[in-house]
Design a protein around this ligand. Structure first.
Ligand SMILES: [Zn+2]
Length: 254
């Protein structure tokens, strides 16, 4: 089973609707694929989010009877004549419309939250690295050294660029885990400020881009060259913008 096949089975898997052989095949794939595990986790979170956020409506007895009548595949027993409401006065119609509108909104809010969750985890990775005084797995001002170290530990090639001439000194690199993915983290320094730049391949969900502040740190997320990026920094807004512009320009011109 490959990743595309696995993704098709995920919803049925969460619903407990897979045949045993398919379930075993999927679980075998999941056990060796962090990417699909992350997607499964996202689906789980979306379901929980939607269940918690969606308004719920009790089906009116009228709707219930209709559904039962259809599923019985036989004419509903004659009922005493009731007053027929015009369509616009039927509450289940509004429930259906609200659900149709609510689902895409919940999906949008969930995606926004996801970028926020990724950023929060990047911040906590950064704070932990600070706390244990281990910002870098490899310490070097040379982008080539940092890149080859990271490439040996990852299944993608992270862009590592030299921005020393613009005042951003390369300090080194680190491997982190963000939402079950192994990601590359580059560490740059400008005077006393530090920038941690997290990156990984966006195979399914590309960041739409955001600016946030968390724990007094500035965070910028974006997507470029099929990678998702999170920059976490003690720099000012303007300085961080300048850094991300320079970085994006440099990888665009490679
Ligand atoms: Zn997979």
């Amino acid at each position: 089973m490959n990743c595309d096949e696995a993704e098709r089975f995920l919803d049925a898997y969460l619903d407990g609707e897979l045949e045993l052989s398919q379930q075993l095949e999927l679980e075998q794939h999941l056990s060796g694929c962090a990417e699909c595990q992350a997607v499964l986790q996202e689906r789980r979170e979306f379901r929980a989010f939607f269940t918690a956020a969606a308004p719920s409506f009790k089906a009116p007895p009228e709707l219930r009877e209709r559904v039962l009548a259809i599923t019985r595949e036989e004419p509903a027993p004659a009922r005493p004549k009731v007053r027929q409401f015009p369509l616009w006065r039927r509450p289940w119609l509004y429930a259906a419309v609200l659900l149709a509108i609510g689902l895409p909104i919940a999906w949008m809010v969930f995606h926004e939250n996801r970028e926020h969750r990724f950023a929060r985890q990047a911040v906590s990775d950064y704070l932990r690295a600070l706390f244990v005084d281990h910002l870098c797995d490899v310490v070097s001002p040379d982008p080539k050294v940092v890149k080859s170290y990271l490439m040996a530990k990852l299944n993608f090639s992270p862009p590592v660029v030299d921005l020393a001439s613009a005042g951003y000194q390369m300090r080194g690199g680190r491997i982190d885990i963000v939402q079950s993915r192994r990601v590359a983290t580059l560490i740059y320094r400008r005077n006393k400020d530090v920038i941690n730049l997290f990156m990984w391949p966006a195979t399914r969900h590309r960041f739409t881009g955001s600016d946030q502040v968390m724990s007094g740190l500035r965070i910028c997320t974006w997507n470029d060259v099929n990678l998702n990026f999170i920059a976490v920094s003690t720099l000012s807004d303007a300085e961080l913008d300048r850094f991300t512009d320079l970085f994006r320009e440099a990888i665009g011109n490679r």
